[in-house]
Design a protein around this ligand. Sequence first.
Ligand code: PEP
Ligand code: MG
Length: 315
Amino acid sequence: LRARQAAVPTGPGRTADGYAVPLLANVGSAADAHLAVELGAEGVGLFRTEFLFLHRKSAPTVAEQTEQYAEIFRIMGDRPVTVRTLDAGSDKPLPLLNLPEEENPALGVRGLRLSSVHEGTLLDQLTAIVAAAEETGASVKVMAPMVATAEEASYFAARARDAGIRTCGIMVEIPAAALRSGDLGAEVDFFSIGTNDLSQYLFGADRMSSAVAALHDPWQPALAQTIALTVAGAGRHEVQVGVCGESASDPEFACVLVGLGVETLSMAPRSIAAVRARLAEVTLEQCRAAAAAVLSARTAADALTAARKALGRDT
Ligand code: PEP
Ligand code: MG
């Protein structure tokens, strides 16, 4: 038993040939952050801040937010934390914002678009994040959700930098942002690809509907192609690319993401061990071969079979 335990890799994510792939955690509370540290996350790649705004009649003050952000930064210690600004709307309804009813909320005023009606909420949040980072000495990055255009990326980066954020980024979760990643990359320091929403908008398939779940399969070749496009656009500006959607927690698909040029993977803390173990078994060259195989597959099933073969699986 002891020998078997010793074979399980711990520590930072890396391929068999030593290519480093930081394995980060998605967290939405202090409890998640504790779990992330316990399970060896190298940082937080997605800090969902919605929890602070839930079950309240009015928005939290800057002081309240500062305290809560600081708590999570302290738990993470010297590990970097990427905070996402409020992603309210659609699958994350926030009654306190009193948003008008929309017929298609997933296509409505959500994510960064909220700042067109509630700019103060964004500015307060940025102020609190900077204050908490200063108070704790944490290494903090900030990103905005649901960014579609270069103007939106530029708007967010300007507000974030004015507030004192040094490293700012955007989530790439709308196909237009992926298509124009070369333009959006000129505005920010990093991209974090949200494959949950990216699949939803790419395939026109509601992420909340189990009837269309097959279209949310990460092995759909169109998803890999969109990620490849994003990496290519980012490469024009030395913009770092991570993935923080559910797809990063599939150990086999995580290898494909690495092969596509994705530099960091962020996932639920409990998924980290399996991804770390699988990455340790494959080389970067195998990951690239698997990515190429997925890009040239016709169906999700073909993509999975071809990737497994490239990654040394028999079946
Ligand atoms: C995503 O859309 O992939 C994502 C990571 O964000 P959320 O699931 O919070 O929308
Ligand atoms: Mg999303």
